[in-house]
Write a protein that binds this ligand. Structure first.
Ligand code: CA
Length: 529
């Protein structure tokens, strides 16, 4: 069984806190657009910046932040846009003319100075970008989960789509005033709910960003919610222990690894492997539940439900999770365990999983109007109740395939998704991409590409190479017309690159050329499967 060190707890946190794991700007020095290091200077002092007449501003202040380590001196404008959209724009003393904005995880509401966010802001500042961020209209420390809607229904809309837009507009206006010139290009890079926010921007506010990197986008918030209720119900009926999930993982890799032509511990497209739990994992003779080398028929049925996704009347309502997402991963604060544990599958019988926590909050506070804080997931009817989610879906889902205006402005969109994601179902990214390509004409790939990442978990981690720089690639695409025909992803363990692989524009996959190390991206090429 492969056990590879990953920051699984950070991946877990990212369900709610969305730390981008990939490496934005890792290739900045070789960028054709040459965006590193600005030479544009402010027109006046930070403290003298005119912050009047900012639309919706209820609070706003600017102050100089001294250089620290690699972070250059910058002017930080922070404030609140009505009603409670906290925002922050950091304007470096030497500007590269561009805006960079990061997004939010789960139900958002992060403190703007939390360490993960500060690190992302600094990454942008170090390259010379003006950097913007928002809490999306509420603070999770004061209003947990999705309960923010109770204090003001407007906060649901701010979270769904408005806060990012008004923050981007405000950031552009402040940069314009500070440097006495407009932002030349604006870029979005975020993961999970932040990936959803990036797609929402392309769909609803196509003038906000020129380049958008949407990693593991929570495209279909309501479909996910139905899926998470489905999984929680399955595990509530029959708990499956971590040991048994490890057995499933071992059998899945055995069965599926070589389907792509290379036994390398990576499943490059899990949909090509026919894996059936009851058939391919030993079933306990006589239903003996104590044995760990087999599954009872009920346990096998529960695991199969996670792969199959929610069903009603013989139809699949939403995609399930992929084979390979259950892989056993090292954990920083405990023994290695299946990637499903705590996220999809409760760690203890009868307990909640993180996915379900998100789904339950979404149902109780955002789906129902007025909210139903006592709503019980056991009452959900998979045939009749999905329609109850439609109202919220229209507000929060990023499923509109019409990107005509974004494209017409020269916008470029890159979507990435780990096939082994065990928080969001990666097929929702594939489904959106295929729908968008179909809706935007045969040359849809001239402005948008999807990169599926074998063995990568949610926003990073997993058994596969998970470190890549889609941000520099999208900047070169926007500014130099260089379309990303592949990205190189690296697996980095204790600071060492242990494996690299090309990531290929979907539906292409990386194929071994037949010679040299299978841990070196140079020995692979992107091909149609
Ligand atoms: Ca393989």
């Amino acid at each position: 069984m492969r056990k590879i060190s990953v920051c699984a707890s950070a991946v877990f946190v990212s369900a709610l806190g969305s730390v981008a794991h990939a490496q934005p700007f890792a290739n900045a020095r070789t960028s054709q657009a040459g965006f590193v290091g600005g030479n544009l200077q402010p027109a006046g002092a930070c403290e003298k910046l005119d912050t009047s007449r900012i639309a919706d501003a209820v609070e706003i202040a600017a102050r100089t932040i001294a250089a620290e380590g690699n972070t250059p001196q910058h002017c930080r404008v922070s404030g609140v846009l009505s009603p409670e959209v906290a925002f922050e724009v950091s304007l470096p003393s030497m500007w590269n003319g561009r805006l960079y904005m990061i997004g939010n995880g789960g139900h958002a509401g992060e403190a703007l100075d939390n360490p993960g966010r500060v690190a992302q802001v600094r990454q942008g500042l170090e390259q010379g970008f003006a950097v913007a961020q928002t809490n999306t209209g509420h603070f999770a420390s004061k209003e947990t989960g999705a309960s923010f809607v109770l204090s003001n229904p407007q906060k649901a809309l701010d979270y769904a789509y408005r806060a990012v837009h008004v923050t981007a507009v405000t950031a552009k206006e402040l940069a314009n005033r500070y440097y006495a010139r407009p932002v030349s290009k604006a870029y979005w890079n975020s993961c999970s709910n932040g990936g959803r926010q990036g797609l929402v921007e392309a769909q609803r506010y196509p003038a906000d960003f020129d380049g958008i990197v949407a990693n593991a986008p929570w495209v279909d918030q309501t479909g996910f919610t139905i899926g998470a209720i489905w999984n929680q119900r399955a595990f509530a009926e029959t708990h499956v222990s971590a040991d048994k999930l490890a057995l499933v993982a071992e059998r899945a890799m055995q069965q599926c690894d070589a389907v792509d032509g290379l036994r390398d511990g990576l499943i490059d497209d899990p949909r090509r492997c026919s894996f059936n739990v009851a058939r391919d994992v030993p079933i306990c003779a006589g239903g003996g539940e104590a044995a760990t080398a087999c599954l009872t028929p009920a346990e096998a049925a529960t695991v199969q439900k996670v792969y199959d996704g929610p069903q009603a009347g013989g139809n699949t309502i939403f995609p399930g999770f992929e084979v390979g997402s259950e892989a056993v991963l090292a954990q920083p604060n405990g023994p290695a365990t299946s990637g499903w544990i705590r996220l999809i599958a409760p760690a203890e019988a009868g307990g909640p999983a993180a996915d379900f926590g998100l789904a339950e909050g979404t149902m109780r506070y955002l789906v129902f109007e007025p909210p139903q804080p006592q709503w019980d997931f056991k009452t959900f009817d998979f045939a009749r109740d999905p329609q109850k989610l439609e109202r919220w879906g229209k507000l929060a889902n990023a499923t509109d395939p019409n990107l005509r205006d974004f494209r017409a402005r020269g916008g470029k969109l890159m979507i990435t998704y780990g096939w082994a994601d065990s928080i969001l179902q990666p097929q929702m990214g594939v489904d959106y991409y295929e729908k968008a390509v179909a809706a935007n004409g045969r040359d849809g790939t001239s402005f948008m590409r999807l990169f599926m990442i074998p063995g990568m978990a949610h926003c990073g981690g997993g058994v596969g190479p998970d470190q890549y720089d889609a941000v520099t690639a999208v900047i070169d695409w926007v500014e130099k017309g260089v379309a990303p025909d592949s990205l190189v992803a690296k697996k980095i363990v204790n600071g060492q690159v242990t494996r690299s692989r090309p990531l290929c524009p979907y539906p292409q996959v990386a194929r071994y050329r037949g010679q040299g190390s299978t841990d070196d991206a140079a020995n692979f090429e992107c091909k149609m499967p």
